[in-house]
Structure formats: C-alpha cells, structure tokens
Ligand binder design. Structure first.
Ligand code: ADP
Ligand code: MG
Length: 292
C-alpha cells in the first residue's frame, strides 16, 4: 500500500501539490488524471524521493519514504515521463545496467532480463541499440527496466504520450497483465480514455489539488450517464442526464443540431473544469480510500 498524507510541495511561491491525501491499496490500479502542470510528476517524484515534500508524509505499507530511505528504491518501479534509456546500449544492456545499479547478482540478473524481454515481446531485438527502437518499443523497454529489481508497486508517468492508438493499446495490455500478476499500479495520464479502460479507481487533480476520486463508472454516473452535446453559437455545450430518453426529450427542445451519447470520463472532466472556470467549484470532501 502506498499512501500520501496531507502532502504539500511548493516551488518558491508556486504550490505544485496542495494538501494531497490518497491511499492506494495493495493490488490497486489507480489513475491520476490531470492537465499539464497539475502536479502529477511532482507527486511521483516525491514518492521516489527525487523531490522532498514541504509538509506531509508519503509511506509504503506504513513505512515513511524519507530522504535516505531505501524503502522507495526497493519497493517502487518507476517509468518516468521522459526516456531513461541509454540509446547507445542494447535493450539487454539497458536492463543489465539497471540490475547492476540495484546490485542484483549477475546470474539471476541475466535470467530476469531474458524473462522480461520475452514478456515484452522484445527478445528478438535484445541486442539492438535502444535508439533504434520505435517509440512504443522504447516505452515497453522502460517498463520492463523498471521491473528488473522486482518491485511490487509500479509508478508510470504519462507512459503512452505520443504513441499511436495501436501502440497505446499494446502498452495497456502489458499493464493489465502486470496488474493481473499482482502488481500495484499508479499511473498518471491526461488520456481519460486510458484511465477509463485500465483503472479501477481514478483521481482528478487540478493545480495541485485532488478534486475527486472514485471508480470511472461512479464518476460518470455521478455526473449523468448520457450527454447532449451541441454548439450554442458561442461554444460547444454539454448537458448531462440520467437516461437517454430524458436527454432526447431535452435535446428536442433545443431547436439545434445535437448529439446524444453515453457519457465518458472525458465529459466528467470537462464538466469539472467548466465548474471550476465558472467558479462553482466543489468544495465538498474527497473520498480518498482507494482499493483494488
Ligand atoms: N523543479 C521545478 N521547479 C519549479 N517549478 C516546478 C518544478 N517542477 C515542477 N514545477 C511546477 O510545478 C507545477 C506542477 O508540475 P508537474 O508536477 O510537472 O505537473 P504535471 O506532471 O502534472 O504536468 C507546474 O506549475 C510546474 O511548472
Ligand atoms: Mg508531468
């Protein structure tokens, strides 16, 4: 279990993360959603001790992650937002390099690397330099590199950014399989579709604050299961309803072209952000107990 308790991080006067509390239980698959600059990377960097919170505590199974703590190093596997591969080294060498940093004995290290390359479908390219890999293959290599030291919690920072739809799905399948094997996963994304496809629980973060958490389904039903979308002459407007028939009845009164469809997490996100710009921001409490 990884938990954040009242964590705040400032850079000068900028509050990157504000009083953030979240608990992800063992075996959970949590998606942290937020636009650029929301504080997602900062949250992951604090878990791995690359950044220190100004206040609050991050712990793994109750053990606080401190500046000199080895708990984070041992328990967490990290796939950072930007590549951490050595382009001039082969796929295998990249994994071995990681293994040496973690002082894995060489026999078990070789076996582990071979197994992971096989798992990622990269075994036939293991001797090719990482820089010759496509973006999607590099992402897969970064994921298995993060698993070399057998962590039980995997943190991924916008791992599918820049990949095409097919590759994104290949990465999703890999993550689903790892989750099925018992890994606890915390990923950040700004693709709501991704969080909806993968995560049992999601949290929406905006300007350092956790706005809402829940299952993708519960966030959608909280907003309304059906959406009418139409252009009102100034902007694309959306309205939420609990049933298709209600939505259609309202849409018929519009006298404009409209589209009625099932709501997605993306619609909820837009609704939240609109509320926020309209200054009708929710100020109610956040349920932050996250489970598998
Ligand atoms: N090392 C840093 N120094 C100063 N400001 C930073 C630093 N890292 C992040 N920030 C700022 O903190 C905020 C959150 O950044 P970040 O965690 O990278 O957001 P995200 O990953 O959600 O895009 C942003 O406003 C960003 O500019
Ligand atoms: Mg980031």
């Amino acid at each position: 279990m990884i938990s954040y308790k009242n964590v705040t991080k400032k850079y000068g006067t900028l509050i990157a993360v504000s009083d953030f509390t979240l608990e992800i239980e063992r075996g959970g698959f949590f998606g942290l959603l937020g636009p650029n600059g929301a504080g997602k990377t900062t949250l992951l960097r604090m878990a791995t001790t690359l950044a220190a919170p100004d206040s609050g505590v991050i712990s793994i199974d109750g053990e606080p992650v401190g500046r000199n703590s080895t708990v984070a190093k041992r328990r967490l596997g990290v796939v950072p937002q930007y590549s951490n591969l050595e382009g001039e080294l082969s796929a295998l060498q990249n994994l071995e390099y990681h293994g040496r940093l973690y002082a894995i004995p060489s026999a078990s290290m070789r076996a582990r690397a071979a197994e992971l390359l096989e798992f990622a479908g990269l075994a036939d390219r293991k001797n090719d330099k990482a820089k010759t890999f496509s973006g999607g293959m590099q992402r897969k290599l970064m994921i298995v590199k993060a698993l070399m030291h057998e962590p039980d919690i995997l943190l991924l920072d916008e791992t599918t950014v820049g990949l095409d739809a097919a590759w994104r799905r290949r990465i999703w399948d890999l993550l689903r399989e790892l989750h099925g094997q018992g890994l606890t996963i915390l990923l950040t994304t700004h693709y709501l579709e991704e969080a909806q496809a993968l995560c049992s629980l999601v949290g929406v973060i905006d300007r350092g604050r956790l706005k809402l958490t829940g299952s993708p389904r519960s966030l959608i039903s909280g907003a309304g299961e059906f959406v009418i979308e139409y252009y009102d002459g100034i902007r694309t407007a959306q309205r939420f309803f609990n049933s298709r028939s209600e939505a259609l009845a309202e849409a018929a009164k519009l006298g404009r072209e409209f589209k009625v469809r099932e709501a997605s997490l993306e619609d909820v996100f837009i609704k939240l952000t609109q509320k926020h710009t309209d200054n009708l921001e929710r100020s109610d409490g956040l349920s932050v107990k996250a489970g598998a």
